[in-house]
Design a protein around this ligand. Structure first.
Ligand SMILES: NC(=O)c1ccc[n+]([C@@H]2O[C@H](COP(=O)([O-])OP(=O)(O)OC[C@H]3O[C@@H](n4cnc5c(N)ncnc54)[C@H](O)[C@@H]3O)[C@@H](O)[C@H]2O)c1
Length: 255
C-alpha cells in the first residue's frame, strides 16, 4: 500500500510504542493523529513531530471520544491506517496470597481499556477507512492492534492482562475476514519486552535482568523497532490476518 500522503490514527500515541509509531509514520509522509488521554504529553509529541502530526485528547473506552478522534484523523480525506497502542497491565492472581479471589474491578478495568478500547477505535476507524478511494487490488487500508506475548505466554499474575491480549489475538482473523470485502487488512503485533515508560519505572538492574532473559538480542526492544514493523505492515499489502511476535525470540517463563 502506498502510505505516503495518507492519514493514520494512533491511540496511545503520546508515549512508548504508540509515540514511536507516530514518529515513524510521520517520517514516512503520513499525516498522524495522536489520540491519547495524556493531553500534556500528547501535545508535546505532536509539536516535536511537526506539521504532519495533530493531537486529540480523549479516552479510548468512551465511544464518543473515539468517534471524534476518528473524525479528526479522517479530515485529511485519506485515512488508511489505524494503530491501537493505548493499553496497560495489571498484576493479580486467581486467588491472592491470603486465599481471597481476584477482585472483579481490576479485571473489568483491563478488559475495558485493552479490549473495548481497541474494539471502539477499530470499528469506527474501519467504518471511515471503508469510504476512501481504493488503491491497487481494491486495498483501502490497514488496522494494527497491539497484543502481547502475554496472550500466549501468560505469566503468574497476568490473568487479566493475558485475557485482554488473548482477545486482541482472537479478534484478528474475524476482523480481517469481515473487512476483506472493503479492502482493509487487520493484524496484531505481540511485543515482548520493550523499553517504554511502562518498564522505565523499574530499577536499572531489574531492566537489565529482563533484557538478559531475551533469546537474542539480549536487550529490551527499542520502541523504534515497533514503529518500523507497523510501517512495514502498512506498506506490505500481502500481510493480513496475522499476529506477529516482535520479541527477540523470548518465551516468557511462569514468573
Ligand atoms: N512495553 C512493553 O514491553 C509492552 C509489551 C507488550 C505489550 N505492550 C502493549 O503495548 C501497548 C503500549 O504500551 P507502552 O509500553 O507503549 O505503554 P505506555 O504506558 O508508554 O503508553 C500507553 C499510552 O496509552 C495511553 N492511554 C492509556 N489509557 C488510555 C485511555 N483510556 N485512552 C487513551 N489513551 C490511553 C497512555 O496515556 C499512554 O500514553 C499496551 O497495550 C501494552 O499492553 C507493551
Amino acid at each position: 500500500m502506498e502510505i505516503k500522503g495518507s492519514s493514520a490514527i494512533i491511540t496511545g500515541g503520546a508515549s512508548g510504542l504508540g509515540e514511536a509509531t507516530a514518529r515513524k509514520l510521520a517520517g514516512e509522509g503520513v499525516r498522524v493523529t495522536v489520540f491519547d488521554r495524556n493531553e500534556e504529553r500528547g501535545k508535546e509529541v505532536v509539536a516535536d513531530i511537526g506539521p504532519n502530526a495533530n493531537f486529540i485528547g480523549g479516552d479510548v473506552t468512551e465511544p464518543e471520544d473515539c468517534q471524534k478522534a476518528v473524525d479528526q484523523a479522517a479530515e485529511g480525506g485519506n485515512l488508511r491506517i489505524a494503530v491501537n497502542c493505548a493499553g496497560t497491565g495489571w498484576v493479580g492472581r486467581v486467588i491472592n496470597r491470603d486465599g481471597t479471589p481476584h477482585d472483579l474491578a481490576p479485571f473489568q478495568f483491563i478488559q475495558n481499556l485493552n479490549v473495548i478500547g481497541t474494539f471502539n477505535v477499530m470499528t469506527k476507524a474501519a467504518s471511515a477507512i471503508a469510504t476512501v478511494e481504493p488503491q491497487a487490488d481494491g486495498e483501502r487500508g490497514v488496522i494494527v492492534n497491539t497484543a502481547s506475548v502475554a496472550a500466549m505466554d501468560g505469566q503468574i499474575g497476568q490473568l487479566a492482562y493475558s485475557a485482554s491480549k488473548g482477545a486482541i489475538v482472537g479478534m484478528t482473523l474475524p476482523a480481517a475476514r469481515d473487512l476483506a470485502v472493503v479492502g482493509i487488512r487487520v493484524l496484531a503485533i505481540a511485543p515482548g519486552l520493550f523499553d517504554t515508560p511502562l518498564l522505565a519505572m523499574l530499577p536499572d538492574d531489574a531492566r537489565n535482568a529482563l533484557g538478559a532473559s531475551v533469546n537474542f538480542p539480549k536487550r529490551l526492544g527499542d520502541p523504534a523497532e515497533f514503529g518500523e514493523l507497523v510501517s512495514h505492515i502498512a506498506a506490505n499489502s500481502y500481510l493480513n490476518a496475522e499476529v506477529i511476535r516482535l520479541d527477540g525470540g523470548i518465551r516468557m517463563p511462569p514468573k
